[in-house]
Ligand binder design. Structure first.
Ligand code: COA
Length: 570
């Protein structure tokens, strides 16, 4: 474990202020932590000609292709005419180009896109990236969360899924104490669907509630008004701590010129009604007058430079896994297949030096628990290797309480195809009680939690292994992940029995299959994105770096000091 977390927070803060993340002091600390352990090597050897490896590879290559093509499509945003309107008529930069101006230049290690697949195949149509590009990236080396409306998608208006994504990203900011930058360019609510985004607890107003709560907790928020902010949207910049507005491009008003005309008969230009001059000189709703886009995004960077946020000191030395990460494609389980390789083969390609300090290896062996490092960050791993038996659940709860005590982040790898079979009511009771303990430990631990659905995630296994409802800091799926209450075959059989559904069992199975796949799940924001198996190590390390920023600066962080578990059912 790193020495860093035991230093007094104030001393550490001033210490870290003097360094960038590549400073040699960090090398000493991290290499110490790397060299001081002698964990056992996992056996990652596979037979590339075995039938399950060949089949996995074939399925995964196809799924990977689909994911890549879909990503290109969502990153393109709206239609060709919307692109032309955006640049030629409105003279604006695209949401993703704006991000480039705000974030530090860097490699893919420095960016993590959140939920790019959200909004696909909604009942109201496709909303690419849910109409808002959300990236966690570095500004002056500090991890920040940036959400830029994509005005090429129906004028950047808010669909129900847009609001959900905004709230999800604010949750990420809250949980990980990340400064937020809102790039606002939105026509407000997508009016035909206003009833689905307006009055409820987790509808549009929640975004403003969250802004207030984040600010009250000391999490800074900055808005760059780079387009329209109409009606409810006007509160995003107004509630931000500091707001930049672009002359002749940004506007903020409760009702636009057409509404004013309808109400009063007065014709007024958007600029006079709510442009940069008005808001910087008269209303005081904005604080910085930017003459150009470039100047606005530079203002954003300058504001971030003033924040009392210290970038994490990431390890800079570690051992690479002994096995090729590209081979993960051959290990990602094929849907519903039970003849997969041990999860340890996957772990051997994810953790530093393919080394793990396994905890209780002989007890409850269907859940692998142990300590390992990912790019120098220590983690506690819980990975399914079969059904979650009572012993496995008890072992998991025990392991989580150890990680909590030692302040070690948890990584969950989900893959359970079938349910544990029980032969007596007593056995069922034991299983329930044991799993309740694992749930209790998972839900009430406060260390960072990252969940990865590598294969099947059905029924209660999804919750027990830190699914979305357990509030992990991040949750990602592999392209062939399957998520559902039951397997499609079980669900179709149950439907036939319970409701006498006229559709054939085959048809029902295919309907359930469609709604169990990773893309469906990701489109509905039940994860933070689909990642390719070979990208997993990079993404996990990014998440660990992001979550570690919190401990350096969040003054109200009571994590671990006053932590209590709930009552465990014995
Ligand atoms: N609800 C539904 N659709 C909307 C919308 C809204 N609030 N605002 C814009 N759109 C749609 C337009 O119909 C158009 O759709 P299309 O691509 O299918 O033609 C697309 O978004 C772009 O709008 P358009 O007006 O052509 O682009 P623009 O760049 O000239 O103007 C806005 C963009 C946002 C400034 C302008 O559309 C506008 O003022 N919208 C209304 C804002 C408003 O009053 N909102 C109140 C909601 S609470």
């Amino acid at each position: 474990m790193s020495v860093v977390k035991f230093l007094p927070i104030n001393g550490l803060r001033s210490f870290c202020c003097q360094r960038n993340r590549f400073h040699t002091a960090a090398v000493v600390w991290s290499s110490k932590s790397v060299q001081n352990y002698q964990f056992k090597e996992l056996d990652g050897v596979i037979d590339p000609y075995s039938s399950s490896i060949v089949r996995n590879d074939r399925y995964n290559s196809k799924a990977e292709q689909e994911v890549k093509e879909t990503l290109v499509r969502v990153r393109h945003g709206g239609s060709k005419s919307a692109h032309e309107r955006h640049t030629m008529k409105n003279n604006k930069l695209f949401a993703r180009d704006r991000l480039k101006k705000l974030l530090d230049p860097g490699t893919e290690e420095d960016f993590l896109e959140i939920a790019p697949f959200a909004g696909l195949g909604m009942e109201y149509g496709d909303v690419p990236a849910a109409g808002i590009v959300s990236i966690i990236g570095r500004i002056h080396n500090k991890w920040c969360l940036v959400g830029n409306n994509d005005a090429t998608v129906k004028g950047g208006t808010s669909f129900p899924i847009t609001v959900e994504k905004q709230i999800r990203t604010q949750d990420i900011a809250l949980q990980n104490c990340l400064p937020v930058i809102y790039g606002v360019d939105s026509g407000g609510a997508f009016l035909p669907l206003q009833a689905s985004i307006f009055p409820d607890r987790k509808h549009g107003g929640r975004v403003f509630y969250n802004e207030a709560i984040l600010s009250s907790l000391g999490i800074p928020q900055i808005a760059i008004v780079c387009g329209s902010c109409t009606a409810g949207g006007a509160y995003v910049p107004t509630m931000a701590e500091e707001t930049v507005i672009i002359d002749k491009t940004g506007t903020i008003f409760l009702g636009g010129p057409p509404l004013v005309f309808a109400a009063t008969g007065e014709k007024i230009s958007s600029e006079n009604l709510g442009g940069a001059t008005l808001h910087c000189k008269v209303s005081g709703c904005t604080d910085y007058f930017a003459r150009t886009e470039d100047e606005a995004w530079q203002f954003g960077r300058d504001i971030v430079s003033t924040l009392d946020v210290v970038p994490p000191e990431d390890p800079v030395e570690w051992e690479e896994p002994l096995y090729d990460q590209e081979e993960l494609r051959m290990l990602a389980p094929t849907p519903y297949d039970q003849s997969y390789y041990s999860i340890k083969k996957i772990l051997a390609r994810l953790v530093d030096g393919s080394k793990m300090h396994e905890f209780k290896s002989l007890y409850g062996p269907t859940l692998i628990t142990g300590f390992a490092h990912i790019k120098g960050h220590i983690v506690g791993i819980l990975a399914n290797d079969g059904t979650i038996t009572a012993d496995a659940a008890l072992k998991g709860a025990h392991f989580i309480s150890i990680c909590q005590q030692r302040h070690i982040p948890l990584v969950f790898l989900q893959n359970v195809t079938s349910e544990e079979e029980v032969s007596s009511p007593e056995e069922a009771g034991e299983l329930l009680k044991a799993r309740a303990k694992l749930l209790m430990a998972t839900a009430s631990s406060t260390v960072p939690k990252i969940t990865l659905i590598v294969g099947n995630s059905f029924g209660p296994n999804n919750y027990i292994m830190c699914g979305r409802s357990m509030d992990p800091n991040f949750l990602f799926s592999w392209p062939l992940a399957q998520i559902g209450l039951m397997t499609p075959t079980q669900a179709a059989k149950a439907m036939k029995q319970l409701s006498n559904d006229p559709a054939s069992e085959e048809v029902l199975v295919s309907v359930f299959k469609e709604k169990s796949c990773a893309l469906y799940s990701s489109a509905n924001l039940w994860d933070d994105g689909i990642i390719l198996p070979q990208e997993t190590r990079r993404v996990l390390a990014q998440c660990l770096s992001i979550t570690s920023q919190k401990k350096y600066w969040y003054k109200n962080d009571t994590t671990n000091n006053t932590h209590k578990f709930g009552i465990f059912r014995m």
